[in-house]
Design a protein around this ligand. Structure first.
Ligand SMILES: [Zn+2]
Length: 214
């Protein structure tokens, strides 16, 4: 595939923001591991009963954050657990209380109650957190502020969506060109024959393009 074709083609993932997560390995990742950066041995308290939580593994999956120029992933894998509330939840389970009505005993480091506690310990750390979370995904703070500002100036959602897609497309194209240039450089150093074929193909496609101009 030649450079000229790539420049003209939008990355398929920018056509639908909902599918962007499929190329997660090309997205930036913001890691949120605040317990590694706060005072040693400090751990948040349970928002329900005030008991100190315990660390409960690193299996929370990343979530997609919608950004202005590109989307990225928020990865906050650590879970906390309150043992006292877990005991209470088990009692409620035995009493036949539905799961949704049982006391919560698992918490994430992005939960608002936990974030408030982290802010008390280190306000600067929380100010580095880049996004506002929705129920499932999230919005980058700068993007969110811009959308709010545009809405106050009567710019509708369709115009904002169009602007966002255009900015995302430009970012993807820049990345694609950079990748392609790296590939060409690699071929020119390690496989001159392949490099020659690529240049020949590129020249042919440019000639066909030039012919169509006249
Ligand atoms: Zn508790």
């Amino acid at each position: 595939m030649g450079i000229s074709k790539i420049v003209r083609r939008a990355h398929p993932c920018v056509r639908d923001l909902k599918t962007s997560w499929r190329v997660f390995f090309r997205l930036k990742v913001f890691y949120w591991l605040p317990l590694e950066l706060t005072t040693k041995d400090w751990i948040p308290k349970c928002p329900n009963c005030g008991t100190k939580c315990v660390r409960n593994g690193f299996n929370n999956p990343p979530r997609l954050i919608y950004g202005l120029h590109e989307n990225y992933l928020l990865h906050s894998p650590e879970r906390l657990m309150c043992k006292k509330c877990r005991k209470e939840a088990r009692k409620q389970n035995r009493s036949g209380i539905p799961r949704i009505d049982r006391v919560q005993y698992n918490f994430l480091l992005t939960d608002s109650d936990i974030m408030d506690q982290i802010a008390e310990v280190d306000p600067n750390l929380v100010s580095e957190f880049p996004c506002t979370l929705s129920h499932v995904k999230g919005f980058d703070n700068e993007y969110f502020a811009l959308v709010e500002h545009l809405a106050s100036k009567s710019v509708g959602p369709m115009a904002v969506a169009s602007m966002t897609l255009s900015l995302h497309e430009a970012t993807w194209q820049k990345k694609r060109i950079k990748t392609q240039l790296n590939e060409i450089q690699f071929l020119s150093l390690h496989s001159p024959k392949m490099f020659f074929l690529l240049v020949k193909k590129e020249k042919t496609s440019m000639n066909v393009f030039a012919d169509t101009m006249y």
